[in-house]
Design a protein. Sequence first.
Length: 494
Amino acid sequence: MATPDAYETLLDEYKRASNVSSASGVLSWDQQVTMPEGGTPARSKQLSTLSAVHHDIITGDTVADALAELEDADLTPEQAASVREIRREHERASAVPRDLVEQLSEASSDALPAWEQAREDDDFDHFAPHLETLVELRREYANEIDPDADPYAVLFADYEPYLDLSKAEAVLEELRDRLVPLVAAIQASDADLATPFDGEYSPEKQESVSRDLLDDLGYDWDRGRLDTSSHPFTSGNQFDTRITTRFQPEDPLDSIMSTVHEYGHAQYNLGLPREAFGTPLGDSRDLTVHESQSRFWENHVGRSEAFWDRHAGTLADAFDDDLSARDVYEAANQVYPDNLIRVEADELTYHMHIILRFELERDLISGDLAVEDVPEAWNEKMEEYLDVTPETDSEGCLQDIHWSHGNFGYFPTYSLGSVLAAQLDHTMREDLDVDALVRNGDFAAIREWLGERIHQHGQRYTTPELVEEATGEAFTADYFLDYAESKYEALYDL
């Protein structure tokens, strides 16, 4: 029987490793937001060193000995969950050599500015050597963890450890089978949805609107901030979570939806138990659950008619435009199959973008697709799934930041998160009049519901367990598909 000391020792070591990761997160945020362009060589070394320190702590004898002592211990459910999560991280990290961890960190840090320059110059060849290096390193990483497994499945488990890749594939296939005919029906319809935005909208006015919306949603500025970056993202923990957005002069809804999306990520982080900071019980579950929070706020709140009943006037005042709530609602929900950019895609065709990326990166990792052939393969799949071909690689295979981070296996969680968001929304509406709360600006009630069902648990439950705990049902795509068909059939008079 283990003594309580082993558990306390394990948590102390894990907290040290968590603090190192938090520090790396701040340096990564700085690199993408405020760091001078010339800072990359030093930043790459800094992040590489911190990755190695984290690896050394997690794989060290102190953690290994404590886990061994706790193997058959009589633990509380909360303690058992923490040990489960730390053991999983320890076993995966121990399989990967320290020098490979450093190589991956340095390679991804070097790749980021190369990707940014390549996208700006529409020059895939500038980024290709970095992508080649990251693909090779990630293959090696997967092989070290489990040489007998599908390497892409190993990488996917870094982001979604408790839903099998086969489940993700089944969900993506179900979305494709139901959404493709829905999009086709929308294209064939005679509906003429409003397009009220015409002209250019200054970044200053757009930022003012974003801040007003964050104020109304209840963003805690004492623990957060809003900045701009080339690709919107969220970074932080329950004490300090920062979000970024970007501004398109001709499309103010792009920055608004990005801001509301990132607010959802931030609210999850800020809602985690403060007393459990640095432990698995104080960390978010995984990317499927994280994405469900951002997709809930973006799609089920930010794209709702109730939200624009409340905030069309906010936009009208900021932009000096005559904007009705219905017009903005229709503009926020228009379906554009020919949209080239994932983060600007509508709620339906977005998932075709995810399927495309999933298939390409899986072929990259398996070796069935060479890096040099990525632009051509990308364009072929864009034509197949969305009936449009990018004219430039900047609008095509260079548009996303994820591969510059070496994040292969990440993309499926976007669709999985959207599916879970709809399931949570369905359950929430059994308890709350969500539209009335949104229309009246009573977002606290919504935050509290999500806090009780999702945020407060940290990593106590696995993903399937958490979904059951929050909704009373197993994870399913049914609610998303029903929601999508009902909403868009009404919008387009189908």
